[in-house]
Write a protein that binds this ligand. Structure first.
Ligand code: ZN
Length: 345
């Protein structure tokens, strides 16, 4: 979506308006949306995490003012702001507990400092939950009653949305779908969180690259091996390209990841019974439009058919996300809208 954002003219926007800020390790993305989740303004800038959290909070606050300026409104005309942040978080406190890619930010009162700089109340959420709400509200699960989102990137993020409820949990660790246990065996792969056998250890872009590297160093041949030997960097994109050319190692690595993803999804289906399961992030291989994307999704569905209750396997929709990198900012705005509506009811 990022390349072809269509902005809604302010005159056609349905009031009230909400801002969503998506804090990433590299970039901050900010979206102004109307009451129906349509994009009115967009702004992005580097996070510059090394300058510390107060500097970033100030720039996130300014980003909200920038959105208002782009749209030609006063910041006070924005009903509320949503902030999606990498976790784990303490949502009631408005703080990051342990920020893997934002060293030095632990315990910083992020929600309240962004609110102070923006001059608006802020709804605080895990970034993957915010992305889940974006896909649920206006993305690939629009119109569904519930959703489970899995984003396959550097790690594996999760979002569970049931009706108007974003599942945050009693300790702000709800929806951590990347850390459900899929492999309790002694040979399980290690998850970056420090526990073996979690879904993330099998289906993140990082783990898929690691598996490919291991199989290449075991001496397997083929076009992926040739590309890497010629100096090409091993990325999910390169693995997918060689899988599309028929390379057995590349295909095997991706289909194994899809199998593990299917196993994780079966557990989530039996726990939540969502109407739609959405797969997003870097590892979507051109989605349904691409043969590798279709094969990956079909392998996930096959695993679900083999392992889930038949009624769930038959009726649960499993598809790719549609909002791309904008899901987090749009979804954060949507979560702010939920809080705004609750405060008025
Ligand atoms: Zn883990």
């Amino acid at each position: 979506m990022a390349a072809d954002r269509v902005l809604l003219p302010l005159a056609e926007a349905q009031q009230p308006l909400f801002a969503g800020v998506d804090l990433g390790g590299t970039n901050v993305k900010a979206a102004l949306v109307d009451d129906r989740g349509r994009l009115v303004a967009f702004h992005t800038e580097p996070t510059r995490a090394e300058r510390g959290p107060e500097d970033a909070a100030a720039r996130m606050g300014r980003a909200v003012h920038t959105l208002a300026a782009h749209a030609g409104i006063a910041t006070a005309d924005i009903a509320r702001v949503g902030l999606g942040s990498p976790g784990p978080l303490d949502i009631p406190q408005g703080t990051i507990v342990r920020a893997g890619n934002l060293p030095g930010w632990d315990g910083f009162p992020l929600r309240d400092r962004v609110a102070a700089h923006a001059g608006r109340d802020v709804t605080f959420a895990n970034d993957a939950n915010a992305a889940g709400y974006g896909e649920f509200w206006v993305g690939s699960a629009k119109g569904a009653s519930s959703l489970v989102l899995l984003t396959l990137g550097t790690g594996v993020g999760g979002g569970i949305i049931i009706g108007d409820v974003n599942v945050e949990g009693a300790h702000s660790h709800g929806s951590e779908c990347g850390h459900i246990l899929v492999d309790p065996s002694a040979a399980a792969r290690m998850c970056p969180c420090g526990q073996p056998g979690h879904l993330e250890a099998y289906t993140s872009a990082t783990s898929v690259k690691a598996v490919a590297r291991e199989r290449l160093s075991a001496g397997a041949g083929g076009t992926l091996a040739a590309a890497v030997a010629a100096g090409e960097e091993l990325t999910p994109l390169v693995i997918a390209r060689e899988a599309e050319r028929g390379d057995a190692l590349a295909t095997g690595v991706l289909m194994d990841a899809a199998r593990w993803l299917g196993i994780g999804i079966v557990t989530l289906m039996h726990a939540v019974d969502p109407e739609v399961v959405v797969i997003g992030g870097a590892m979507t291989f051109g989605r349904e439009a691409n043969p590798v994307g279709r094969a990956f999704l079909e392998r996930v569905r096959q695993e679900v058919r083999d392992r889930a209750f038949p009624v769930l396997a038959e009726r649960t929709t499993i598809r790719y996300a549609s909002l791309g990198g904008d899901a987090g900012s749009i979804g954060a705005a949507g979560l702010a809208r939920l809080d705004h509506r609750r405060s008025r009811s």
